[in-house]
Design a protein around this ligand. Sequence first.
Ligand code: FE
Length: 214
Amino acid sequence: MPVYRLPDLTYDYGALEPVISGEIMQLHHSAHHAAYVKGANTTLEQLAEMRQARDLSQLPGLERTLAFHLAGHSLHSMFWTNLSADGGDRPDGELAAAIDEFFGGFDAFRAELTAATASVQGSGWGALAWDPLGARLVVHQIHDHHITVAPTSTPLLVFDAWEHAFYLQYRNVKTGYIERLWSLVNWADVSERFAAACEGRHSGLLVPDGGVRS
Ligand code: FE
C-alpha cells in the first residue's frame, strides 16, 4: 500500500508564468515529483521484501535510495507552496527580524541564498533553514535532495536548482532563473513555516492538503 502521495498544487500549472512556464511546472510536478513519490513507495516495498526474506545484503543501496526519494518528495512539496503568483517583495515581522539578525539584512541574505543555489555543483537546492540546535537561521546548499544538509535542520524556503526546474526556459542561464524566482516567493508560507519551526514543529509537515503521508 503506498505511503506517500503526490500533493495537488494549489494553483494551475500556468499560474507562475512568465517566471516559470506552464510546461516546466507540468513536467516538474507530474513527472519529476511524481517519480520521487513512486520511488519512495517502491523502496519501502523493497525494504519490506528484504525483511521478509531475511536478506539484508541490499540494505545500503536501498537506504540511500529511500533518502534520495523521500527528501525529493518533501523538498518539492515545500517548493510548490513556497511559490505564489502573488509573491515577491520581502518578508516582514519576526521572520524579517530574524533575517536581519542572522544575515545582516535582507539584501545580504538574498545574495547568500542566490549564491548558494547558483553554485551547486551538479544537481541540488539552495535552502533557508532553521537550525534548532543553535536556534538560528542558516543557508544550506543541498546536493541532490539530501546531501550536505544537517539532519536536525528544518527547511523553510527552498530553491530547486536541478536543470529540470529551469532549463527548458532559461537554458544555461541558471542565475537568471534564480533572480526571477525571488519575485514568486510566498513570504506568508515561509513565515508560517518559520513560526512552526520555532515552536519545534518540522515545517515539512505543513503541506496544503493535510500531510505528506496518506
Ligand atoms: Fe525538482
